[in-house]
Design a protein around this ligand. Structure first.
Ligand code: SAH
Length: 366
């Protein structure tokens, strides 16, 4: 197996280049490229070509490789299919937005949670990602931003053409981050220290692993917490999210409140809007009827929270339908009438299968 240079410390890297018969200063040059996220040795332009080839034969830069890269038609979203060293595949998505450059990070290869609407969990959980692997996802995105900095399609944060840094992390890719909390924390500490990404620009999304939320409270960093709620009653939620049989909505929200009160943060509630196929081909609302909007409003009344409404992205293997735009707006209007902060999440990169585990799944099927 090739040596992953990114995983070596400075003295190990020096020894590695000197064992190849190279001068010590090459280690510092290589380190510089590694920190910028160079995906291969050919990108290391100040190394002689012969050295780049020598390195390529025995080493790799990051603990993962880019298998596929897809760019959305508006250029704002780039999706990566990445392969880890044991051949497991994960996805990561770079979103260039007006408020910054955000990376959606996977925390596990696959997922064990079994949510009925989600593609990521279809093949089960393969394994937890290490802090290095999660960090490398950010570096892949960081490199992409630098390399394509002058792409005219690039939407630069705050209109600043020099803003080519990853500024936000959302742990909303494949996997349940709070089933891998220790590695998650290791990764986020590193992103904060080495890439200067402030805690307030980091969001961790969970399906509601209550002890994991208490672990985050103990950790004490003022990140944002998002809860994938998707239903206002335990009865309904249990039909789509098996985790609800273990942790009830009230327990999840109590823990989440404790977290957000501690840090004086707004809680993010994610709510997918799901329909079912009716007998005559029509879409029957599943979790987004007006009655459920009223129940959700009651559940969240008085909380400092923002409800992100997410129209379901179609997953062929799943037996749901996406409700019409009108139904989405009707649902939102009821929340607004009841004084609940809400917005409809703009879907980014649906034209490149950016929605939740699709790329990985489709690649496995190919
Ligand atoms: N396991 C974590 C984070 C990963 S999922 C969690 O459950 O929060 C990130 C978000 O995408 C979750 O809210 C999840 O429910 C949602 N999601 C999954 N599949 C989706 C789909 N097909 N369309 C829209 N959102 C989806």
């Amino acid at each position: 197996m090739k040596t992953v240079l990114f995983l070596l410390n400075d003295s190990q890297l020096q020894k590695f280049v000197m064992d190849l018969g190279e001068p010590r200063f090459r280690a510092a040059q290589i380190r510089d490229w590694l920190q910028r996220g160079a995906p291969d040795f050919d990108s290391m332009k100040n190394l002689p070509i012969s050295l780049r080839q020598k390195l390529d034969a025995v080493a790799q830069t990051l603990p993962l490789k880019i298998v596929k890269k897809l760019v959305s038609s508006d250029g704002a979203t780039t999706k990566f299919l990445l392969q880890l060293n044991d051949c497991e595949q994960i996805e990561c998505v770079l979103m260039r937005t007006t408020y910054g450059n955000s990376v959606c990070v996977s925390s596990q290869a696959g997922c064990a949670m079994g949510c009925k609407f989600c593609a990521s969990t279809l093949l089960g959980l393969k394994r937890n990602l290490t802090p290095d692997e999660m960090f490398a996802e950010i570096l892949v995105a960081q490199w992409e931003l630098r390399v394509n900095a002058h792409d005219e399609k690039n939407i630069h944060a705050n209109g600043d053409p020099n803003n080519n840094d990853v500024s936000h992390i959302v742990v909303m890719g494949t996997g349940e981050p709070l089933q891998n909390t220790e590695n998650l924390i290791g990764f986020l500490e590193r992103a904060n220290q080495e890439l200067n990404i402030s805690w307030r620009r980091i969001t961790v999304s969970t399906c509601g692993i209550v002890p994991g939320i208490y672990d985050l409270i103990k950790w004490g960093r003022p990140i944002n917490l998002a809860i994938s709620l998707h239903a206002p009653t335990d009865e309904l939620r249990s039909t789509i999210m098996p985790i609800n049989n273990k942790y009830k909505i009230s327990e999840v929200l109590t823990a989440a409140d404790e977290f957000t009160n501690l840090h004086n943060r707004q809680l993010m509630i994610e709510y997918i809007l799901l329909g079912k196929h009716g007998e005559n081909g029509e879409t029957v609302l599943y979790n987004c009827t007006p009655e459920y909007a009223e129940m959700l409003s009651k559940l969240l009344a008085g909380k400092n929270c923002m409800v992100n409404l997410i129209p379901w992205n179609t997953v062929d293997e799943r037996d749901f339908a996406s409700p019409s735009g009108n139904a989405v707006h009707r649902f939102q209007d009821i929340l607004i009438k009841n004084g609940i902060h809400t917005r409809i999440r703009r879907e980014r990169g649906t034209d490149i299968g950016s929605a939740c585990g699709q790329l990985r799944l489709n690649n496995k099927k190919d």
